[in-house]
Design a protein around this ligand. Sequence first.
Ligand SMILES: C[S@@+](CC[C@H](N)C(=O)[O-])C[C@H]1O[C@@H](n2cnc3c(N)ncnc32)[C@H](O)[C@@H]1O
Length: 289
Amino acid sequence: MLLSEFIRKSIGALENLYPSPEARGMVLMLCEERLGVRSYTHIIEPQTMVPEEALPGLESDVARLAKAEPLQYVLGKAEFYGRSFDVNPSVLIPRPETEQLVKEAVSFALNLGRPARVLDLCTGSGCIAWSVLQEAPGCEVVALDISEPALRTAEGQFPGSECSPRFVRADVLDFRKGLGVEGRFDLIVSNPPYIMESQKQDMRPNVLEYEPGLALFVPDGDPLCFYRAVEHWASQLLSEDGAGFVEINEDLGPQTAALFTDAGWKEVLQIQDFYGKTRFVRFSKKATE
Ligand SMILES: C[S@@+](CC[C@H](N)C(=O)[O-])C[C@H]1O[C@@H](n2cnc3c(N)ncnc32)[C@H](O)[C@@H]1O
């Protein structure tokens, strides 16, 4: 089959689920990854064929996409902060907005004047932990998650790396047990679950049916439970001159900031993303009692 024909048919198969430009982007990326062609090959070399042996695999990929499975799970990888991370349905697909959290964290770590100790709560694929470690070499990163399969995925990123974050299984909501980590940290980062159950109705099937609910949702009655946990652990584990950065539900900026202010943190900032949505809270300097 001609590549252009395959692309046209595949976009058609996805247009029920996705707006045309998005369907097109997905199909072009699939072809780039699976066939090693460029996104414009079918235009500048219109006679390009899909190799016969590649066709069944590609058709099965498109069938998965047509059932709303995210492209990143079909390919088994996702780009984040300039690197490719392995992903599977046990981990949230890293989101572009989380790159801003990494940027803030890296800048803090590089300006600290000593190798930072960094704690990543709710690490999922490990995208924050690994990115901070690779962008601020020399720091020590410990990353926690409750999910064993997520931790296995996170641990398996970048095999053969000289340094790796230390991945630890812990339930951050269980205040009776410790987290199994020692010492103080200069930086605590977290992109925890924060979507309210009632917000499910606004979400698309590729997220709802495929991404892990454990990574996404919090009860409507207690949507800030993970931020209370971050605050709880930060008040025990953050060094005097340390800081915390959390990604938040854009609808709950003032409430999330208030949780930290009310708990005695003196510098609490709401930070906007590139689209002007309040997306992060930074906190530092706990008042001593
Ligand atoms: C929103 S995802 C974030 C993953 C990753 N940090 C990222 O930014 O892509 C939240 C993560 O929290 C983990 N999680 C959920 N409940 C938890 C708990 N009680 N204790 C620790 N981790 C938890 C989930 O397994 C999931 O990996």
